[in-house]
Design a protein around this ligand. Sequence first.
Ligand code: NAP
Length: 495
Amino acid sequence: MSETPLLSSVQRFLDSDPGSFVDGQRVSESGAERFEVYNPSNASVLTLVSHASEALVERAVEAAHSAFHGSWGSTSPYLRGVALNRLADLIEANAEELAQLESLSSGKSIHLTRQLEVPQSVVFLRYFAGWATKIHGQTMTPSLPSFQGEQYAAFTRREAVGVVAGITPWNFSLMIGIWKIASALTCGCTLVLKPSEFTPLSLLRIAELAVEAGIPAGALNIVNGSGRIGQQLIGHKRIAKVSFTGSVPTGVAVGKAAISANLTRVTLELGGKNPAAFLADVDVDAAVEGILQTAYVHQGQVCAAPERLYIHRSKVEAICAKLSERLGAMKVGGALDESAQFGPLANKAHHDKILGFFAQANARGQVICGGKPLPGPGYFVQPTLLKALGEHDPFLQEETFGPIVTVLPFDDEDELVRMMNDSPFGLGASVWTNDLAKAMRLIPRIEAGTVWVNMHTFLDPAVPFGGVKGSGIGREFGSAFIDDYTELKSVMMRF
Ligand code: NAP
């Protein structure tokens, strides 16, 4: 075991009360209720954080409102892009500190935060920064009749919606936070962001770096605490849009609350039960490698990760045997253990939930490999592979959001498509084959926001991402995000 030594800046951060970040500075209210943030690698308390009071949330919204109508609202698109690029540079310069803060509270491997979450946050931020100068409306020529020689012209403007409430989950709190920060600020909106109470640390550092990058006080505020802060934000009359990423049940409640608050705009990036289909021609080793890279990364706590594997009957046995062998050999360890290949679940509640799934799978005799907890004190479990008991097996329906993958064989493509689409969700799906013509014919038949071929879960800022059916409303990335963070104003003129 080789454990990453903690940076002194990270230790200082943990020793302080990290608090919230409002109107350009960190705030820890005296006498505030404080909540514990745990290290899932050893179940110890990492730090205590003040829960933002209603009054502090109110201050955050007012600060964002003032910045929207003042400093940030009057910043030119070019300078908005410059500031976001500077923030990207600062994230790069402070990458190790951010990686450690993120890994400590989420249980995510330090390799993953160093090699993916932090650098990809930089890539996304720079991509969004480039859009700041490219947000525009259109001109059109009205067809109104002219009785006395009068003429008409019309055009549209894209105007920032205002103050955005961002609500984020615990699995990739830094990167998902950056997606919301970058989308809002690029369009000229300002933001009050509520991270998950399990992972309240890394975005506070991002907010400090944003000020250093020249993003004015009030444009980005972080309010830490429980879901009730989310409720306060959603119901607030100054919030013009809610951008939520999280589970389906919370997302449905958030959507209803936003609509009834003020017909507030809402985008929902929710969970999935993503299928991956392995056709008869797949190479067994490549298939196993692909499953390991996508289904078990961050212990399966990835919204788009494949949880349902439909494997052609001719390959099921070989793939399951090799996959079980590789899963059984994985080295398990804490998030900062550089030799570990598989880490802890992110929190105790989630650990308990996964143990509940294990009990059901063991009782029904479905375990191919894994299916047991591992010794603590951290929240460790075995990476697990299950066989489905028919196409309506509950393990093919409910999201586990953990390292539990369920396999079902298929014989022909019509059966495959029917089984892949038999889900209330539609976030991502993948098809693995060397026959690209076959893949191209399957793509339109699959009900999902993204279909990957010979890959799964890879996200790119240029490619829109979001769910169909119960997996959400709206799209992030590409140019699609602009529709969600701006109002389209029409202007008509007679002359
Ligand atoms: P969650 O329980 O729904 O929580 C998400 C956020 O909502 C957290 O900040 C949570 O605060 C807050 N919240 C809880 N109750 C609320 C309420 N009544 N009103 C407003 N906000 C409230 O989800 P999670 O367990 O953190 O994350 C896992 C889920 O996220 C999975 O289903 C996963 O698939 C999904 N996810 C989706 C995407 C995507 O892009 N589609 C990406 C990542 C994750 P507290 O944590 O402080 O309670």
